[in-house]
Design a protein around this ligand. Structure first.
Ligand SMILES: [Zn+2]
Length: 198
């Protein structure tokens, strides 16, 4: 993996600062919930040291910062919270909460990771109710499974099963994943599993 230092200028306050980005990180395998096999593969969250504007990019349009925007430099994960406050789409909120969960897991913070995993589930639920996307539904199901919420995981799996089964020839990987998840849920298995096992 190569680390490169880049100079970023904040579109909120205009401050320029340097930050490290990982240039050639890769992941050999992914969890059923989409988690990469190493933390270096997680995308960078830019974090302006001056005003606390945080997000996947902060050099675009000037953001609307809410009046009650709080910056807590004592919490190393606060940039995720700020990026969530400022996120404008469900897609971004989904990804932030997934990556926040995984980062906490990579750091060995099990209890914190579980509580953010719950938040990720609620967010994905909202997102799926507006725009049902099969890829996200699979991730949502695995987030539920790893929380031990097997009945809800099964219910959602059953709801996508007819579509995935009808498409089995066209998208065999989804079909295999469906069968694999069915078995894990039946076995009440909440351990992380990798795509390579499917
Ligand atoms: Zn700034």
């Amino acid at each position: 993996m190569r680390i490169s230092r880049v100079s970023v200028s904040c579109s909120n306050c205009g401050a320029s600062f340097e930050t490290e980005i990982r240039v050639s990180a890769s992941s050999g395998d992914f969890g059923l919930d989409g988690k990469p096999d190493n933390a270096d593969f997680l995308p960078v969250i830019y974090d302006c040291p001056e005003c606390g504007y945080a997000g996947y990019k902060i050099d675009g349009d000037k953001p609307k910062i809410p009046e009650a925007f709080a910056v807590n430099r004592d919490d190393p994960y606060d940039k995720y919270e700020r990026a969530l406050v400022l996120a404008t789409t469900d897609d971004v909120r989904n990804h932030l909460l997934m990556e926040y969960t995984w980062q906490l897991e990579f750091d060995g913070k099990t209890a914190e990771a579980l509580s953010v995993r719950e938040r990720a589930v609620s967010q994905m639920e909202r997102s799926l109710s507006i725009r049902p996307v099969i890829e996200l539904a699979f991730i949502y199901i695995d987030f539920l499974r790893q929380l031990g919420r097997f009945d809800e995981a099964e219910e959602t799996l059953n709801s996508i099963s007819p579509i995935v089964t009808a498409d089995a020839d066209k998208r065999p990987k989804f079909y295999q994943l469906l069968l694999f998840l069915q078995r894990l849920i039946k076995d009440r298995d909440k351990a992380p599993h990798m795509i390579s096992e499917v």
